[in-house]
Design a protein around this ligand. Structure first.
Ligand SMILES: [Zn+2]
Length: 534
C-alpha cells in the first residue's frame, strides 16, 4: 500500500469476518477461475468459481474456503484422475467446508454462489459520478466476494471471466485473453489472494512505451477516468516505463505479463495488485498526485507480489522494501539526493510514531494486519535495507536482493529466508544485524562527548547508549565522525560502538583541534545523537 491510512469501516468488517482459516498443510490451491457477472443495477453479483487444488495426505481432510455472507447455489467436487464426484459441503456464512477423501489428488471444486458483497468488491459511484466496480482485497477482504484460501501463504494463478454492463471496460490481473469479448484476464503466475482484482469503469486507456524482458514485451498501460487521463499520463505516470526499467536493472525481470496503473476507488493511497495496480482516485481529481506512489507500488510487483511475505508479521518484506525502492528508483532517475531526503523523512516519521516500543517483526499483531501498516513496517523497514546496504556494501546488497528475488519469485518468504540469502551473498554472519533491527524495538540514542588531547594529537571520545533499557543495546561497527578544524579542514574517522555495554570509550588520531564534531554525517544509520565537549 502506498500510505498508512487506517480505515475504521474496514477494521469493523475484519472483526466481523473472524480469523483466517488455518490451513497448515495438506491443501495447496493451484488456480482459481472466477466467472463473475456484474449487475446492470444494484450490487448483487453472481459467480461461479473453479478452484483447482492439490490435496496431500496426511493433511486436512476438508477444503475450507473463506467466503463471507454469500448464498451458495451449488458445489461440485471433481477428482479428474478418478472421475469422482461429490456434492457435499457445509456453509456457515463465513467458511465453505468441502470434505475430501483420504487420498492425495488434484481436485477441482466448482462453487456457484450469489449475493451482495459486504466488502472486498465495492460497487458504487466514483469521484466523477459514474457507476463503477472495484475490488479491494487487502488484507483479508477477498473473502467477502471470492471463495479463497485467504492467506498470503497460499498463492495461486487466477483467471477472471467477467460479464458486465456494455459501457464498462474491465481490467484484472494478468494477460487479456480472447474470451468474454475483452473481459477475460489470465494470470499465469501464482499471486496472493490480497492482490486478486477486477476493476470496471468507463476507462480511458493509454499505452506507454513497453518494457522488453528477454523475448517478452510487457505492455505498460494507464487506465484512468476520462477527465483525468491527460493529467495522469503527463504527471504521475510520465516515467511509468523508466520506473520498471530501473527495477529490472537493479533486481530482475518484471514478474507479470503486463502492468496496468488503474485509477480506482481503493481505500488505500495505492494498492499493489499484481500487474494491475490500483490508486486512489482523489489525488488525480485534485491534481496533486505525484510519482512517489507510482514508484512505491511498482516496486511492490517484485517485493510483496512476486515475493510475498509468508505471513503478516513479515510484512516489512513488502512495505519496507517498497518504501525503500521509492527512494532508490527516485535516486536512479533524479540523483542521490532523492534517496537522502526520503531516508531523512523516513527517520522522522519513525521517530515520532507510536510503535518505537515494538519490533518490526511483530507477532503481536498477526491477527490484526491493519495494525501492521505502521511506521515499523514502512519507514523503519526501509531503514533496515538502507543500513544493510551500508553494512555489506552496494555490490553484495544488490547481488543479495537479486538472488532473493530469483529464489522466492512466485512464492513466499520469511525474514529468515531473506537473512539467509543475504548472509550467503555477503559471506558474513549477520545475525546481530537482523536481530537488533528486526526483533528488537527502538533505535540507538547516543550521547557523544569529546575532548582534544593536543599533546597526543588525539580526540578522546565517550559514546553512551541512552535509549530505554527495554530497547536493548545496539552494535554499530562503523560509526563515522566528522571533525572540522578552525581553518575549515575536515577529517573523518570511523569508530566501532560495541553492543556489549552501554558505554564505549575510544580515542582517534586527529592532526588538529576540532571546533565542530558531527556524527554519521551521511545519514547512514537510524539513530539520534547529542554531541558535547567533555
Ligand atoms: Zn505499499
Amino acid at each position: 500500500m502506498g500510505c498508512m491510512r487506517t480505515v475504521g469501516s474496514m477494521l469493523a468488517a475484519l472483526l466481523l469476518s473472524g480469523p483466517a482459516v488455518a490451513q497448515r498443510s495438506g491443501i495447496d490451491v493451484k488456480s482459481y477461475w472466477f466467472f463473475v457477472t456484474l449487475p446492470d443495477s444494484g450490487r448483487e453479483i453472481h459467480v461461479a468459481a473453479v478452484v483447482t487444488f492439490e490435496h496431500q495426505v496426511p493433511g486436512d481432510s476438508v477444503l475450507a474456503l473463506n467466503l463471507v455472507g454469500m448464498t451458495i447455489d451449488s458445489v461440485k467436487v471433481l477428482v479428474p484422475t478418478r472421475g469422482g464426484l461429490s456434492r457435499e459441503f457445509t456453509y456457515d456464512g463465513r467458511v465453505l467446508r468441502i470434505p475430501l477423501r483420504p487420498q492425495p489428488a488434484t481436485i477441482i471444486a466448482v462453487v456457484g454462489y450469489h449475493g451482495t458483497p459486504q466488502d472486498g468488491l465495492i460497487i458504487g459511484s466514483n469521484a466523477r459520478g459514474r457507476r463503477v466496480a472495484f475490488a479491494d482485497n487487502w488484507p483479508e477482504r477477498g473473502r467477502f466476494w471470492l471463495p479463497t484460501v485467504d492467506r498470503p501463504s497460499d498463492k495461486a494463478m487466477t483467471r477472471f471471466s467477467i460479464r458486465a454492463p456494455a459501457v464498462w471496460r474491465v481490467v484484472a490481473n494478468g494477460k487479456l485473453t480472447p474470451g468474454e469479448g475483452g473481459r477475460e484476464w489470465d494470470e499465469s503466475h501464482p499471486i496472493p489472494t490480497y492482490t486478486m482484482v477486477i476493476g470496471a469503469n468507463e476507462f480511458t486507456v493509454s499505452t506507454h512505451r513497453p518494457v522488453i524482458t528477454g523475448r517478452d514485451t510487457i505492455p505498460i498501460e494507464v487506465w484512468t477516468y476520462p477527465e483525468d487521463s491527460a493529467f495522469a499520463d503527463s504527471v504521475p505516470f510520465r516515467r511509468a516505463t523508466e520506473i520498471v526499467e530501473v527495477m529490472q536493472r537493479l533486481i530482475g525481470p518484471f514478474p507479470y505479463e503486463k502492468l496496468a496503473h488503474v485509477q480506482s476507488s481503493t481505500k488505500f493511497g495505492g494498492m499493489e495488485n499484481s500487474s494491475a495496480i490500483f490508486y486512489a482516485e482523489k489525488p488525480y481529481v485534485e491534481r496533486r498526485m505525484g510519482e512517489g506512489v507510482v514508484r512505491h507500488e511498482t516496486s511492490h510487483q517484485w517485493f510483496g507480489d512476486a515475493v510475498t511475505e509468508r505471513d503478516w508479521p513479515d510484512i516489512w518484506l513488502s512495505e519496507g522494501f517498497a518504501t525503500y525502492f521509492d527512494g532508490v528508483i527516485g535516486a536512479a532517475l533524479d540523483g542521490d539526493t532523492v534517496l537522502v531526503n526520503s531516508m531523512r523523512a523516513n527517520a522522522e516519521s519513525y521517530f515520532k510514531s507510536d510503535v518505537t516500543d515494538r519490533p518490526i517483526v511483530d507477532s503481536g499483531y498477526a491477527a490484526d494486519p491493519i495494525k501492521l501498516l505502521n511506521a515499523n513496517s514502512y519507514p523503519k523497514g526501509a531503514w533496515v535495507l538502507h543500513m544493510l546496504r551500508g553494512t555489506i556494501g552496494d555490490s553484495a546488497f544488490f547481488r543479495g536482493l537479486r538472488s532473493y528475488y530469483r529464489t522466492y519469485r512466485d512464492s513466499t518468504a520469511t525474514s529468515e529466508d531473506f537473512q539467509r540469502v543475504i548472509e550467503k551473498e555477503a559471506r558474513a554472519n549477520l545475525g546481530w544485524f537482523f536481530h537488533q533491527w528486526l526483533y528488537q524495538p527502538g533505535y540507538p540514542q547516543l550521547d557523544v562527548t569529546w575532548q582534544y588531547d593536543a599533546g597526543a594529537r588525539k580526540v578522546l571520545l565517550g559514546i553512551t547508549q541512552r535509549q530505554k533499557p527495554e530497547w536493548g543495546l545496539f552494535r554499530l561497527p562503523q560509526l563515522t565522525l566528522e571533525f572540522r578544524g578552525a581553518n575549515g579542514a575536515t577529517v573523518r574517522r570511523d569508530v566501532a560502538v560495541t553492543g556489549d555495554s552501554r558505554e564505549t570509550t575510544t580515542r582517534v588520531d586527529l592532526p588538529f583541534a576540532p571546533t565542530e564534531v558531527r556524527v554519521d554525517p551521511d545519514g547512514k544509520l537510524l539513530l539520534r545523537v547529542t554531541i558535547g565537549r567533555r
